[in-house]
Ligand binder design. Structure first.
Ligand code: SAM
Ligand code: SF4
Ligand code: SF4
Length: 391
C-alpha cells in the first residue's frame, strides 16, 4: 500500500493537516433551538446515535482494517484527541434532547476502551423527555465479550451485536487476520446470552469467494445452539472507506444469500420491527428463530436513514460514506467569544442546524452509478474509514 493512501486517511480525520478539515458548526447568535424532533432536508427524523469510543482494534479484518495500511506505523488518534466519558455523556444528553432514542457504542473495537462499563453506566442513567431509558447497545468483535458481558449488563447495557464471519476456524482466523480463534467469539456470544444481553444479534459480512460457504453452517449453529435467542444477520460487503480494495464482484447480494439459506432452511418474510431498521427480517418456517439481511449495496435504505455518527474525537458524521465531519469537540472544549463555555442549548442548536441541512443518501446514489472499484488508486472519493466511525 502506498504512502499516499496512508496520508489520505490521516487527512480525513485530522483537522491540522489541511484536506478533509471537519467543519466547525455554525452557532446561531443568541439562538436556542427548541429541542425536539429534528427532520433533515429529506424528511428523515434523527433517532439513532452511534458513538465510536476508540479507533483501535485487535483484529485486522481485511474488509475494514487491512494489515498493509493499519500496520505498526499507523498513527492512531492520540489519547488527548479522544472524547472523555464525561464529554460523551454530555453530547449524548444533548442528542437525546434533539430526539435520539437509541445509542450504539462502536469503534474500532469498543471493548478495548478501558472501563467502558463506566460509560455504559453513565449513558444508562440518561432519560428521554418522557422519562424512558434509552435503547443502549454495543457492537463488538466478541473477542473480549466472555470476560465483560456480565459487567456490561450490570452497568445497564441492554443488548449486544457481535460480528462473526465464519464458523470454520481456519476461515475465521484468516478473515480477522490476527489468527483469533472462533471458539473465543462463540464463548463471548454464549456469555452475552447468559448475561441477558439478548436477543443477541450476530453480524456476518459475506464476501464472495471468501466465506460464502459459511452461510448455512452459521445459520445451523445459531438455530441449534440458541434456538431463537440469537438473530443472525447477513451484511453485504460494502464499499466503505478507501483502503479495503472493494470490488462489486466480491459482493454476494442478499437475494442470493437468502436463496442459499432458504434451500437449507425454508424462510418466511416478517414485517419490519421499527421504521429505519436496516435489516430485512425473515423467520425460519419451522419456528426456530429469525434471520436478517442488510443489503446496503443492492437495496439502499437511505430513504429512512435516521442515524448520526460521532467519531472518537467528536466529529459528527451524517453518513457512513461522508467525506467530512462536523467538529462538535471544538464546541465541547472551546468557548463562546465572551469567554464562557458553549451551553448545551447552543450545542443542541448547532446539531439542529447540521441535521436540518442533511441530504446524504450515498447508497441510493451509488445504485444509480455503474459498478466501480472506487479505491484511491482508481480515483475514487476519499471517505472516512469504518474503523474510525464505527458500523
Ligand atoms: N469492531 C466491532 C465489530 O467488528 O463489531 C465494531 C466496529 S465494526 C467497524 C462494525 C461493523 O462493521 C462490523 O459488524 C463489521 O463487520 C462491519 N463492517 C466493517 N467493514 C465492513 C464492510 N466493508 N462492509 C460491510 N460491513 C463492514
Ligand atoms: Fe476491527 Fe470490527 Fe473492523 Fe474487524 S470490523 S477490523 S473487528 S473494527
Ligand atoms: Fe444512511 Fe448514508 Fe447508509 Fe444511506 S448510505 S443508509 S444515508 S449511512
Amino acid at each position: 500500500m502506498s504512502e499516499r493512501n496512508i496520508i489520505a486517511i490521516h487527512d480525513l480525520r485530522s483537522p491540522a493537516t489541511g484536506a478533509g478539515i471537519p467543519e466547525i458548526p455554525a452557532l446561531p447568535a443568541g439562538t436556542e433551538l427548541s429541542p425536539g424532533l429534528l427532520s433533515d432536508s429529506l424528511g428523515r427524523t434523527l433517532h439513532d446515535l452511534r458513538i465510536s469510543v476508540t479507533d483501535r482494534c485487535n483484529f485486522r479484518c481485511s474488509y475494514c482494517m487491512p494489515k498493509e495500511v493499519f500496520d505498526k506505523d499507523y498513527r492512531f488518534l492520540p489519547q488527548t484527541a479522544l472524547l472523555s466519558f464525561e464529554e460523551m455523556l454530555r453530547i449524548a444528553r444533548i442528542f437525546v434532547a434533539c430526539g435520539v432514542r437509541k445509542i450504539r457504542l462502536t469503534g474500532g473495537e469498543p471493548l478495548l476502551r478501558r472501563h467502558l462499563e463506566h460509560l455504559v453506566a453513565m449513558l444508562a442513567d440518561l432519560r428521554t423527555p418522557d422519562g424512558d431509558p434509552l435503547d443502549l447497545t454495543l457492537t463488538t468483535n466478541g473477542s473480549l465479550l466472555a470476560r465483560k458481558a456480565a459487567a456490561l449488563r450490570q452497568a445497564g447495557l441492554r443488548r449486544v451485536t457481535v460480528s462473526l464471519d465464519a464458523m470454520d476456524d481456519r476461515i475465521f482466523r484468516a478473515m480477522n487476520d490476527v489468527d483469533f480463534p472462533v471458539a473465543d467469539v462463540l464463548a463471548g456470544i454464549d456469555a452475552a446470552v447468559a448475561a441477558g444481553l439478548g436477543p443477541v444479534k450476530v453480524n456476518m459480512v459475506v464476501k464472495r469467494g471468501t466465506n460464502e460457504n459459511e452461510i448455512v453452517p452459521m445459520a445451523r449453529h445459531f438455530r441449534e445452539r440458541h434456538g431463537g435467542q440469537v438473530v443472525l444477520r447477513f451484511i453485504e460487503y460494502m464499499d466503505v472507506g478507501a483502503t479495503n480494495g472493494w470490488r462489486m464482484d466480491q459482493v454476494l447480494p442478499s437475494a442470493e444469500v437468502r436463496a442459499r439459506l432458504h434451500a437449507a432452511f425454508p424462510l418466511v418474510p416478517l414485517d419490519a420491527a421499527q421504521p429505519g431498521e436496516t435489516a430485512e427480517r425473515w423467520a425460519y418456517a419451522d419456528g426456530r428463530g429469525e434471520v436478517g439481511f442488510i443489503s446496503s449495496v443492492t437495496q439502499a435504505f437511505c430513504g429512512d436513514c435516521n442515524r448520526a455518527r460521532l467519531s472518537t474525537e467528536g466529529q459528527l458524521y451524517l453518513c457512513l460514506f461522508a467525506e467530512r465531519g462536523h467538529d462538535l469537540r471544538s464546541l465541547l472544549r472551546g468557548a463562546h467569544p465572551s469567554g464562557r463555555p458553549w451551553s448545551d442549548a447552543e450545542i443542541a442548536a448547532a446539531i439542529g442546524l447540521i441535521w436540518q441541512r442533511r441530504d446524504d443518501r450515498y447508497s441510493q446514489l451509488r445504485a444509480s452509478r455503474p459498478a466501480e472499484t472506487d479505491t484511491p488508486e482508481s480515483g475514487g472519493r476519499r471517505r472516512i474509514e469504518m474503523s474510525y466511525i464505527g458500523g
